[in-house]
Every structure is written in C-alpha cells, then in structure tokens.
Ligand binder design. Sequence first.
Ligand code: NAD
Ligand code: ZN
Length: 357
Amino acid sequence: MELTIQTSNPYQILIQRGCLDHLGLQACALFRENSRAMIITDSNIGPLYAQRAADSLEKAGFMPEIFTFPAGEESKRLSTIEQIYTAMAELKMTRTDFIVALGGGVTGDMAGFAAATFLRGIGFIQIPTSLLAQIDSSVGGKTGVDLPQGKNLVGAFHQPRLVLIDPDTLSTLPTRFFSDGMAEAIKYGCIKSRPLFELIRDNDMAKDPKMLERMICECVDWKRRVVEDDEFDTGERMLLNFGHTLGHALEKHYDFGKLTHGEAVGIGMVKISRAGEALGLTKPGTAEEIAAVLRQYRLPTADSAPAENLAKAAAMDKKGMGGTLNLILLREIGHSFVHPIPKQELLSIIKEREEHA
Ligand code: NAD
Ligand code: ZN
C-alpha cells in the first residue's frame, strides 16, 4: 500500500513486505545519483539489515555508509548526535546527501534529529523496523533526543522524504517489543476505529502476517490523518496521547525500569477509561473491553503504584500547559475527545476510579 501524507513537505509512505530491498530504487526519485547516504542504525538491527539497505543503495548509484550505535534508549542523547555529525562531516557530506534511519523509534528520532540539524537540515528516509516505529514514530516528523532531566526534551519537527515500512523485518523483533507496539495499535482502535479494535481482537497479529500488514496499514493511515490535521501538535494530535498521561507517569514512577512504554500506556488506557466510566463520560464496560485485548497480547492491565505518585508525576509532565491537564477520554471504543481538567483534580479522578474498580 502506498499513502501520501500532506504535511508542509508531502511524502510517500510505502507499506509492503520486502520493500527494504527497494530502498535504492525509491531513493532515485528523491536524491541525485552519486549522493552519499548515511545509514544510521543500532547494534541489534545493523547486523540484520544494514548491508541489505547499503547494497540496494549502491546498486542504484548512491554511496552508502553505515553508522552503528549501541542499541537502547540510553543512546538517544546529544553525545551520539555529535558522533553522527562528526562521521558526516568527515565524509564531507553536503546538503544534497541524505540520511537513512534504519531501526526502531530510538534510531528514527535520533537520525531524524541529525537530519534536521546537520547543515541546517538535510533529507532523510525512515525505515522503521520495530512495530512501534512502523505504526507511530516514523510518521509525523517529530525528532529528538533525551536529556538527563527528561525524555524528548530537545528536538525538531522535520518530516522525512519517504517512509519505507517492511513488515517482514518484524520477524526478528523480540516478543516483548512486539507486544509493546501492539499497545499503540490498540490505542488507534480505541481513539478512532472500532473496526480496527475488533480486527486486533479477533486475530492474532503475532501469527498472521497478512492481518498484521493490514493492521499496520490502518494504524499508519490513522496517524497520517491526525498528523495532516495538526502537523505541529496544537490540537487534534493530542488524541494520540490517550493512555499516555498516566502511562508516562507510570514509566517515571518506575524510573523507566519496570515497564516498557507500551505496557505503561496499556495500563494508562485502562485506568483512564475506568475514570471516564466513573465520571459518566465513558460507556460502561469500555475499560474491561480494552483490558481483555491487552491481555490477549500479553500486556499488563493494572499496576499498584499509588495514585498520589502518579498524579504528581502527571502534573509535572511537560505536556500539561499551565494549570490545565488535557485528559483524553473515550465516549466508547472508536470515539475519543479532549477533556481539560484543572491539574489538581487528577488525583480525585483516578482515586474515584480505584473505588469503582
Ligand atoms: P528501539 O528503537 O529501542 O527498539 C526497541 C528494541 O528493538 C531495540 O533493542 C532494537 O534494537 C530492537 N529492534 C528494533 N527492530 C528490530 C528488528 N526488526 N529486529 C530485531 N530487533 C529490533 O525502541 P522503539 O520501541 O522502537 O521506540 C521507542 C522510542 O520511540 C522512544 O525513544 C520514544 O521516545 C520514541 N517515540 C517517538 C515518537 C515520535 O513521534 N517521534 C513516537 C513514539 C515513540
Ligand atoms: Zn506512545
């Protein structure tokens, strides 16, 4: 499937099994022959796929190089970006050269940020290889790195010139990361589409590559629509934060150790939906329906972290402006809305939920 996303710089998103090998051909339409291409990848993905990407580029007349960094969120920092700049400067890369981000969200965010800033911006191609990156982080142009003070505190909006999604690369993705991405897929169903939610519920995405490809297409299409409506994240794009206010709070509470992002978001979706039900804003039974699908994909649905700690962590989250917190709630599965509350009310809202649980 091929989609075009109409952002300030429109680009194609190609979703097709095996399309990693079409990288060179696809790049021909976007970049000059003989351009240098810096493939940025991590130490897990590089050995599996970087040579294939390089071969494809070379066959199409480009000059590829591979930059590999140690896998993991700890690498998503400015010191790695500096190493990337150094490697590119030593190769005397110019503004007509380009970057290829080959990997998960960590790779995409970092390679994208390097592309946004090197020589004040050069082109880049996203080849997401984790489920989370394929359905979420590779589309939309948010790039950046972490600081010791918090995640994603430095960054830029920089849209890729092309996104190549090859679902076959997921065959090597460790199970826990697959489940992690499934939480975000379930989120799209919750906020936008009951049919997508049911597709996920009624099939086993880990065992059915055809259904998985269909699911990826639908998720990406939803992300595309939301980003087109709100490229710079000032309104509609907020809906993508469903489950994330409490999810981020949980991640922080455990110092990013106990729960993966998807696991925390899953718990957050259940908790906030219980709260919505208690407030009479969410259709009764919704939280349980979400929990059942999460369990199907081996994701946790509850956590014993004290509500006080979560409310405190959520209040400090950079996304809450001033004294208001924009909660994302569901009317029912497939319909979401923004529900602004004064920050100090969050605690009583999630506590009420606990009493009703
Ligand atoms: P990740 O890039 O660290 O990948 C997860 C793990 O899976 C890593 O160990 C990686 O090496 C491995 N891996 C990935 N693909 C593989 C494959 N095909 N085969 C074998 N191993 C593979 O993390 P992630 O979960 O993909 O992404 C998380 C990051 O994405 C976070 O830093 C988050 O802030 C960011 N993010 C960004 C956006 C955005 O809009 N830019 C949105 C959501 C998340
Ligand atoms: Zn997320």
